[in-house]
Design a binder for this molecule. Structure first.
Ligand SMILES: Nc1ncnc2c1ncn2[C@@H]1O[C@H](COP(=O)(O)OP(=O)(O)OP(=O)(O)O)[C@@H](O)[C@H]1O
Length: 336
């Protein structure tokens, strides 16, 4: 994957392609299959989460995100496929690795009558975490100023941050959050996002699922797009953003010649029923005038040549619509 963008570096990403970053995968799944009453809800799902950074597991409702996460955590048994976390096969070796993993899959239970801090103190005692961790994790999720308030007075966003704090008590390297911003208001969503980004910036791996692209887009380093029980695309957020960059749509008679010419000029060219789609391979944005000039020099005159732009939402819908599943399935590191 190429073309680290400003956005990607803002998210703390190195300029290395996401799948070449040192350390290998924090989480890996190959060919996961799950059936409920004979109905397949995971159909050979492959997932690759790089070590360090925020990885978004993105897909529409019912696409299989929670099921995948539950399999990784040993809460549901897969009917096929393999998975590992930090190199340990799961669920077989889960006891060996679970101490290095923190997860929120369902809303954790806290005592409404106790303060945020006391809830964590009780929890720390029960899992053998040192008492000093309580203040540290409260600080890390930005609840230090509200630690003495009763849990019942917390907003939904604060309750969720307390849940994240609870997962941090044992100092996990990998954090798995299933739709952590569900039901939160914009302020709560912002706070959770900031918290997740901070956790990744401190060297942890955060896998976060969501069906809302915009929630992931701003903080993720890489994403896996799930549709109908499969990962249909995986890659760095930079490539994903590149997909939404402007491209040039061309209709002309000698399409094969034009394709060769533009590819040799460094452009990505895809053909479909509505003509050629010329897009960037390296961050260079194609401009209609420049493309027309390149073609005109060898006597290729387009009937139509327009600049188009897909929103990130459109890219997401395109990838999850099912239209491209056969073309995209299993193509790690490509977004198309
Ligand atoms: N225990 C279960 N019994 C039967 N069907 C289930 C069970 N759990 C999940 N499913 C079905 O499996 C499919 C995938 O569900 P899953 O919760 O994994 O999707 P999701 O992508 O997390 O969706 P959402 O964004 O709505 O949480 C859905 O059709 C769901 O109804």
């Amino acid at each position: 994957m190429s073309g680290a963008t400003t956005q990607a570096s803002l998210a703390g990403m190195s300029s290395l392609p996401w799948h070449q970053r040192p350390g290998g995968w924090a989480i890996q799944a190959e060919g996961l299959v799950k059936r409920y009453s004979g109905r397949a809800v995971l159909r050979g799902l492959n997932l690759h989460v790089p070590r360090g950074g925020v990885h978004g597991l993105l897909g529409p409702n019912g696409s299989g995100k929670t099921t995948s996460i539950r399999i990784l955590l040993g809460l549901v048994r897969a009917d096929g496929g393999e998975a590992n976390i930090l190199g340990e096969p799961v669920p077989r070796n889960l006891p060996r690795v679970i101490g290095r993993v923190g997860a929120i899959v369902e809303s954790p239970r806290f005592s409404p009558r106790m303060s945020g801090r006391n809830n964590l103190v009780v929890l720390a005692e029960s899992i053998g975490a040192p008492p000093r961790r309580v203040s540290e994790v409260l600080l890390e999720v930005g609840l230090d100023g509200d630690a003495e308030r009763h849990f019942t007075t917390y907003s939904l966003g604060m309750k969720q941050r307390l849940a994240i704090a609870a997962t941090l008590l044992k100092q996990p390297e990998v954090l798995i959050f299933d739709e952590p911003t569900n039901g939160l208001d914009p302020v709560g969503i912002h706070d959770i996002r900031t918290t997740m980004r901070g956790l990744a910036d401190s060297g942890r791996t955060v896998l976060v699922s969501s069906h809302i692209l915009s929630e992931i887009e701003q903080i993720a380093d890489s994403v896996s797009i799930v549709a109908d029980g499969r990962v249909v695309a995986e890659g760095g957020i930079d490539e994903f953003l590149l997909e939404s960059a402007p491209h040039v749509r061309i209709r002309l008679d000698r399409a094969l010649e034009a394709t060769d010419l533009l590819r040799s000029d460094g452009w990505r060219v895809e053909a479909d029923e509505s003509g050629l789609r010329v897009s960037s391979r390296d961050g260079r944005i194609p401009d209609a005038a420049g493309i027309a000039e390149t073609l005109g020099r060898v006597g290729l005159w387009p009937r139509e040549l327009v600049t188009e732009k897909r929103s990130l939402e459109q890219v997401f819908l395109h990838l999850t619509s099912g239209a491209d599943l056969s073309a995209t399935q299993g193509r790690r590191g490509r977004m198309r």
